[in-house]
Design a protein around this ligand. Structure first.
Ligand SMILES: [Fe+2]
Length: 344
């Protein structure tokens, strides 16, 4: 086993079993990837988390080779769904794991709520515990249940929401663009606005709730897109998720890496929570905290998997898109009526 140093943390020698490192959650024999985590920092097996680590796209590695410095570490959480279906214990475990990886920034790709904004205090309590600066985009459930309330709660937790905009960050002495596109499932994405004026001399990381938004973000200059929305299908035994998320729901990108990190790629996170049923089964369906080391060349880390070919997919019809958007207005009207009734 290797002795590595990541982010100033000393990594230990020894078999996975002794350290219970994150890669003990991965199938088959592989080099141990202990990141200096003590057993109490590793994922709690009871809560069903996987902690997955990947290298970033080649462009970030080229930048690092030219300018020096250590890799920029990104922790990615998605589909937290604060609400009755997902316990606060699970939410806090996700935050604890993200902090234990010592990221430079944390990226959150939407669906913060499930069926109401009734658990925003829990959201604020959990997200306020993140040690690193956090950036977010909203998902369909956020728009269906009150985007302005979710945005306000995120602001209170110290999370910056990137609503069809990009910003420039300097991390480890190197600049990168960080772009965020609002939810396309409910019709709020504006790709041109998000990427207008992008400085293409530096690499770009983009956030989008819906994985297929990557196609449009790649076309506008993003090398790497982090997304969610699919929950990896939650039930992934016998490749059930490829049927439910791929064939039935029409997604081309279901879980994990797609595209090509030599040019442009997307990662679809399996998510932390759930909106309908909490059950998760199969290795791919585990709750997930994903970590990306931008500046490490693809192919030089032992990873959970490499880029996968996309499924066939099926884009939503105009009627389906209109229905999803209409639900935003219908729900808002319902909330307004309820508030009015309370005031009367
Ligand atoms: Fe979701």
């Amino acid at each position: 086993m290797l002795l590595l140093c990541v982010g100033g943390r000393r990594l230990t020698r020894g078999p996975c079993a002794a350290v219970q490192c994150p890669c003990s959650t991965l199938p088959g024999p592989r080099p141990c990837l202990a990141w200096g985590m003590s057993p109490h920092e590793s994922p709690s097996p009871k809560l069903g988390f996987a902690l997955r680590r990947f290298a970033g796209p080649a462009r970030f590695a080229e930048q690092r080779e030219a300018l020096g410095g250590s890799p920029i570490r990104i922790a990615h959480l998605t589909d937290q769904h604060f609400g009755r279906v997902t316990s606060q214990k699970v939410q806090l475990e996700a935050i604890r794991l993200a902090n234990a990886c010592a990221p430079d920034i944390v990226c959150l790709t939407g669906d913060f709520v499930a069926h109401s904004c009734g658990h925003l205090d829990a959201l604020i309590e959990a997200l306020s515990r993140l040690d690193a600066p956090a950036y977010a985009v909203l998902g369909n459930h956020d728009h269906w249940n009150g985007a302005s309330e979710v945005r306000a709660a995120l602001a209170r937790a110290g999370v910056e929401v990137l609503d069809n905009v990009h910003t420039q960050l300097t991390l480890k002495g190197r600049r990168l663009n960080l772009a965020g596109v609002d939810d396309s499932y409910t019709g709020f994405a504006d790709f041109d606005r998000a990427m207008r004026g992008l400085d293409t001399r530096i690499p770009t990381l983009a956030l989008a709730h819906v994985p297929e938004d990557a196609d449009r973000l790649w076309a506008r200059g993003a090398e790497f897109v982090l997304s969610g929305h699919t929950h990896a299908g939650q039930l992934t035994v016998a490749r059930l998720h490829e049927l439910s998320v791929g064939k039935v729901a029409g997604h081309r990108y279901v879980h994990g890496l797609y595209g090509d990190r030599k040019t442009a790629a997307v990662y679809v996170g399996a998510g932390v929570g759930a909106s309908v049923f909490p059950l998760r089964a199969g290795e791919r369906g585990k709750r997930e905290v994903a970590v990306f080391d931008l500046g490490i060349r693809p192919g030089t880390l032992a990873e959970h998997h490499q880029e996968q070919p996309p499924l066939k997919g099926r884009p939503p019809s105009a009627k389906t898109k209109a229905k999803r958007r209409a639900r935003v207005h219908k729900n808002a009207a319902k909330r307004a009526r309820r508030a009015q009734a309370r005031d009367d």
